[in-house]
Design a protein around this ligand. Structure first.
Ligand code: GLN
Length: 476
């Protein structure tokens, strides 16, 4: 879909284009290429057509149909959708249809957007390549022999392939920003608590956030504006009022202070030379637009990966205990309850999910809790303090999003540690609870997209979009 979400909504609202026409174009694009890419677990074609017809009727009746009127959206399949299968790309949720919509889904629909389907992910959002899916991997639209990144690979690919102008993902350690970078689209992880997680199937509750993918910064901002804000159904929701971020887009970067994170541009982090070159060019582009660019150190961020891979599995081992064959999806019958639960979980969870449950259970067990989980929490505090110190000196931070461009399918599936290293630059913002934006910035030596990451203090989403818009404009 070449039209932006902002343009589609303007046309639909004005009656220049019907929402049904927009939806048919999206469904035709999906039908033509998703057999190859596998971005979608479910396409809700009939429901989308009915919703579009409803929007069109309301336009004719002179009603205000919302800021995203007629915009087709794709939703990561760990977001609850009423009456529509929500699988988390896991066999364990087979047959489960949530009885309610996630808050973000309700907000998008209230803004006039139209759900066209649910997208593929690494099972329960655990992974960086969308290969840990019970429904097979998603492929990168720029090169189908490569991964789209993960875990929200289906949502990133759906935008990159032009199926939809907007999609939602979730980001616990980088799962929006890293696939955005590998697929050449914009992706935002909002401030922890800024977007309600009610109806997001929990992975690691102290880290999870929902955020948008879009082809442009302006579309990502419009989507964020529609989904963000306080929600009584999420106890971690932030009450601060929300200013529309779209208003900040044209403000430029004159006088802003940008810090390039020295640890994330050093050899030790394993950043590929072509990715580093794009980060340097992005810094130059911001300097040319009037920003002051310096190097800034976040010393504790080098321990982020280790801390994350204790905290996230620990929380996951608790969250995933609810999938026990009683309330949701799959049940493998057996003579006793304990045997039924064991058989269900053995058959229902894939290898990476089992690995995380075992790691997390171990890190939380008596005798190891202080050494692993407790220590990781202290590292988390140090990272937050380092960021706070940095934001005393600069307004935003710049780094690579992912150490490399998209890698071949199968290249890292046999070595979990190599896979985990994809997240070195994205995890620190999750641990700090801060927002971060990935913006496409040129290509690597293989011709595949490179993303650069902008990070800011809590609730600085408008500023990140403002700086992101300057980076975007500098490439066009
Ligand atoms: N790749 C990371 C992991 O496997 C992050 C996943 C995510 O953000 N959901 O845990």
């Amino acid at each position: 879909m070449s039209a932006t979400a902002v343009d589609i909504a303007a046309d639909v609202r004005a009656g220049r284009r019907s929402a049904l026409d927009v939806v048919e174009v999206a469904l035709a694009a999906i039908a033509a290429r998703d057999g190859e890419l596998n971005a979608f677990n479910t396409v809700t074609a009939d429901q989308a057509r009915a919703a579009a017809a409803g929007i069109d009727a309301r336009v004719v009746a002179g009603e205000d149909v919302g800021p995203l009127a007629g915009v087709p959206v794709a939703l990561k399949d760990n977001l609850c959708t009423r009456g529509v299968p929500t699988t988390c790309s896991s066999k364990i949720l087979a047959g489960w249809k949530p009885p309610y919509d996630a808050t973000v889904v309700g907000r998008l629909l209230a803004a006039g957007a139209i759900m066209v389907g649910k997208t593929n992910l690494d099972e329960f959002a655990m992974g960086s390549s969308t290969e840990n899916s019970a429904f097979g991997p998603t492929r990168n639209p720029h090169d189908p022999t490569k991964v789209p990144g993960g875990s929200s690979g289906g949502s990133a690919a759906a935008v990159a392939a032009g199926f939809v102008p907007l999609s939602l993902g979730s980001d616990t350690g980088g799962s929006i920003r890293q696939p955005a970078a590998l697929c050449g689209v914009v992706g935002l992880k909002p401030t922890y608590g800024r977007v309600s997680r009610y109806g997001l199937v929990a992975f690691a509750s102290s880290l999870d956030q929902i955020g948008p993918f879009a082809a442009t910064v302006a579309d990502a901002a419009a989507c964020y504006d529609a989904i963000a804000g306080w929600d009584a159904f999420d106890s971690t929701s932030i009450p601060e009022p929300l200013e529309p971020t779209s208003a900040a887009l044209g403000r430029g970067v004159q006088g802003l202070r940008v810090g390039v994170v020295s640890e994330m541009t050093s050899d030790a982090m394993g950043i590929a030379p072509d990715v580093l070159a794009r980060v340097r060019e992005a810094a130059d582009a911001l300097a040319a637009a009037g920003a002051t660019v310096t190097e800034v150190s976040i010393p504790a961020c080098v321990y982020g990966l280790s801390a994350y891979y204790l905290i996230a599995p620990a929380e996951a081992s608790s969250n995933l205990a609810r999938f026990d064959g009683v309330r949701f999806g799959l049940r493998v019958d057996a003579p006793t309850t304990a045997e039924m639960q064991r058989a269900t979980r053995t058959a229902g969870f894939g290898p990476e999910v089992k690995r995380r449950i075992m790691l997390g259970t171990y890190a939380l067990s008596a005798g190891y809790y202080d050494a692993y989980y407790g220590k990781a929490q202290r590292v988390r505090r140090l990272i937050l303090e380092d960021f706070e110190r940095a934001y005393g000196e600069v307004d935003v931070l710049l780094s690579p999003t992912s150490p490399t461009t998209a890698f071949p399918l199968g290249a890292k599936t046999t070595d979990p540690l190599t896979m985990y290293l994809n997240d070195v630059c994205t995890i620190p913002s999750n641990l700090a609870g801060h927002p971060a934006l990935s913006v496409p910035f040129g290509t690597g030596s293989d011709g595949l997209p490179v993303g650069v990451q902008l990070m800011g203090p809590a609730l600085s989403e408008a500023l990140l979009f403002q700086v992101g818009a300057v980076l975007e404009a500098s490439r066009s």
